[in-house]
Design a protein around this ligand. Structure first.
Ligand code: HEM
Length: 296
């Protein structure tokens, strides 16, 4: 009687919990394997095919359009529609300049920098044309002077627009102080497209800006200055030119582009040629003329 009682009590005590545990383990492993199982190896799990995409978990290309269900999901096309198998253009299109308004200050600043470079090159060119005697018959000195003056005023406006745009750019985050104090701009690890640390090239830009301001101011006050002082100050322009050219090339994003390199090369070649013509027309030719006169 006592033995019978013991046997009856032990049986349900261990069997029931073990049966429950085994059932739980089995159902869990079934659910887990469904969640990771990909019977047709199309990149989508069986569970996702059944519950989300309603595709056939045993057929890798449910709509038979030649693109697997998984690839269609990645491409953004419909894996159930055979006529929708080409990736949508919108998924891959470049937003372009007008599609990214947050980059407007960046594009605008760079464009203004390039414009400033072109205007300054033209201004320096007309200055050299005016001071070389070689062109007097082609273009009167007064006209060259007007071009030279107008272009330098336009270029300084372009320079101000150039660096002022970068004050609003979210990437470079130029501050007012950095734009006006040489060597203050310092971005660790910010290398330009030509491979230079941007600190020195940007400093050159700030120096070039001040040199151009000095040139414009002294040109406007020319009549109030002793000619010798004016000539010395104005000869600073020969230093300003290589400084702003180096600044643009060394810091510019577009320096790696062929068209931008062509602009730098053209600017340099034009100014070098005009300097050569100026030296020949003002120094070499008068020297030989004087030599000829004294020999007679
Ligand atoms: C004579 C004065 C200046 C001229 C002619 C000039 C011109 C240029 C040019 C042509 C570029 C290359 C643009 C490109 O490749 O897209 C450039 C880049 C740059 N400039 Fe100036 N700049 C002048 C002054 C300044 C000043 C005062 C600042 C103020 C900090 C400045 C800041 C910059 C910066 C940060 C870049 C790099 C932008 C980029 O990655 O393209 N520049 N500049």
């Amino acid at each position: 009687m006592c033995l019978m009682k013991k046997r009856r009590n032990r049986f349900p005590k261990y069997l029931l919990p073990s049966l429950l545990f085994t059932a739980m383990l089995f159902s869990y492993s079934l659910t887990a394997s469904a969640a990771v199982k990909d019977t047709d190896a199309d990149g989508l799990t069986d569970q996702a095919e059944i519950q989300i995409y309603h595709t056939d978990p045993n057929n890798p290309d449910t709509d038979r359009d030649g693109v697997s269900d998984g690839q269609e999901v990645l491409n953004g096309t419909n894996p159930l529609d055979p006529s929708d198998s080409v990736p949508h253009a919108k998924n891959f299109s470049n937003p372009g300049i007008l599609g990214a308004p947050e980059k407007f200050p960046w594009y605008f600043g760079r464009a203004a920098g390039i414009l400033a470079l072109i205007l300054l090159t033209a201004s320096v060119a007309f200055g050299l044309v005016m001071s070389s005697r070689a062109f007097l018959t082609i273009i009167p000195g007064a006209d060259s002077y007007e071009f030279h003056r107008a272009l330098s005023l336009a270029s300084i406006i372009a320079v101000i627009v150039h660096f002022a745009s970068f004050l609003f750019d979210g990437f470079i985050r130029l501050t007012f102080a950095e734009a006006l104090v040489p060597y203050l701009f310092n971005r660790q690890g910010l290398t330009s497209s030509a491979g230079f640390d941007t600190r020195i090239p940007v400093m050159l830009g700030v120096i070039a800006f001040y040199l151009i301001i000095i040139l414009i101011l002294t040109a406007e006050l020319r009549t109030k200055m002793p000619p010798k002082v004016w000539r010395i100050v104005h000869s600073v322009s020969f230093a300003a030119y290589p400084i702003f050219l180096l600044h643009g090339f060394m810091s510019g994003t577009d320096s790696k582009e062929g068209w931008m390199r062509a602009i730098y090369a053209f600017s340099f070649a034009l100014i070098a040629l005009l300097i050569l013509i100026r030296i020949i027309s003002r120094t070499v030719i008068p020297f030989f003329r004087r030599l000829k006169e004294t020999s007679f």
